[in-house]
Design a binder for this molecule. Structure first.
Ligand code: ING
Length: 303
């Protein structure tokens, strides 16, 4: 038995500060339409897809900061993406900076949503692992201020029944933490979707710079294999506002094999037919959690 879902990973090239939301949405629409033409059920866009990745520079003015956030989804410009998706019957996953109001407080999240073929938001995730710093770092070639701009996600790691399977979401730095994949796998995730903005140098650990691409694939391939899930990783690639970011957007099978990967650092769509039952084959054998995990020996790690 096969449960095939055709996935498009829609890598994005740089988004400049000067680019309007409308301009960016036109690029997203082009990739969505290409995905439809190539038979996709679901197109995955990247992290903070609607603007340049603003945590890479320091701002103080609250109004300027909030200008990078969406206070409604869909909003005026993104409504075009939802309308086209509904017309074409293609779902999508979109990363964006979310401005929310909770208990009378403004909250800022690094958010990803899962949207079905009827353009309904069926899942929302807010980034839990926030990398970088909560203050300007003198001497760094670029900043990573996610702890300054974003609140820690408060929706937990969740999985939804969609596209004929169990779909989980995470974002960027989450992919480096094994707990991310395991938290989703323990809820039965068969496919995990994520976007990333990953510079090819790390001012905090320059000795690892030559391994940026290797670590990117290592974390996602290991996460996929050890948790019996498809992993779709989608980059914001290329030199964006002076920061050079890796590409390597890819679709990884539960075997850990890369079945498709982008070759450029620009807007590029890759497509793969993903059999969700491949996840089942691994989950029923080498990674049968019920039969083979020894939770009692794992110390404080797991519930
Ligand atoms: N970016 C980076 C990422 O995890 C990072 C941050 C880079 C952490 C390199 C460690 C090493 O890919 C985001 N946006 O999380």
């Amino acid at each position: 038995m096969s449960r095939i879902v055709t996935i498009g990973a829609a890598q994005f090239g740089p988004v400049s500060r000067a680019e309007s939301r409308g301009d960016v949405v036109l690029r997203l629409l082009g990739l969505l339409r290409e995905g439809h033409a190539r038979g996709c059920d679901l197109v995955v866009f990247t992290e903070v897809a609607l603007t340049a990745f603003f945590p890479h520079w320091y701002m103080e003015d609250p109004a300027e900061i909030d200008s990078y956030f969406e206070n409604e989804m869909p909003g005026r410009e993104t409504q075009l993406l939802f309308d086209e998706a509904k017309k074409l019957g293609v779902g999508f996953c979109l990363g964006y900076a979310e401005l929310a109001e909770e208990e009378g407080q403004k909250r800022h999240f690094n958010t990803s949503i899962l949207v079905n073929k009827r353009a309904e938001i069926v899942g929302k995730y807010r980034k839990i692992h926030l990398p970088g710093y909560d203050a300007f770092q003198p001497g760094h070639a670029y900043q990573n201020l996610e702890k300054y701009y974003f609140d820690v996600g408060n929706l937990g790691f969740r999985v939804w029944d969609a596209f004929g399977g169990r779909i989980g979401l995470c974002i960027c730095y989450d992919r480096r933490w094994p707990e991310t994949y395991r938290s989703l796998a323990l809820q039965g995730a068969e496919m995990i979707l994520l976007g990333y903005n990953t510079p090819d140098s790390n001012p905090a650990n320059p000795g690892s710079n030559h391994l940026a691409n290797f670590h990117n694939l290592l974390t996602m391939q290991a996460g996929a294999y050890q948790n019996c899930a498809w992993v779709v990783g989608v980059a914001k690639a290329g030199v964006e506002e002076g920061v050079s970011q890796i590409g390597q957007s890819c679709i990884i099978a539960p075997s850990g094999e890369i079945v498709a990967m982008c070759a450029s650092l620009e807007d590029e769509l890759i497509v793969a037919q993903c059999d969700l039952d491949q996840a089942k084959a691994y989950r029923e054998t080498v990674f049968n959690f019920e039969e083979n995990r020894r939770v009692e020996y794992y110390g404080k790690l797991v519930e």
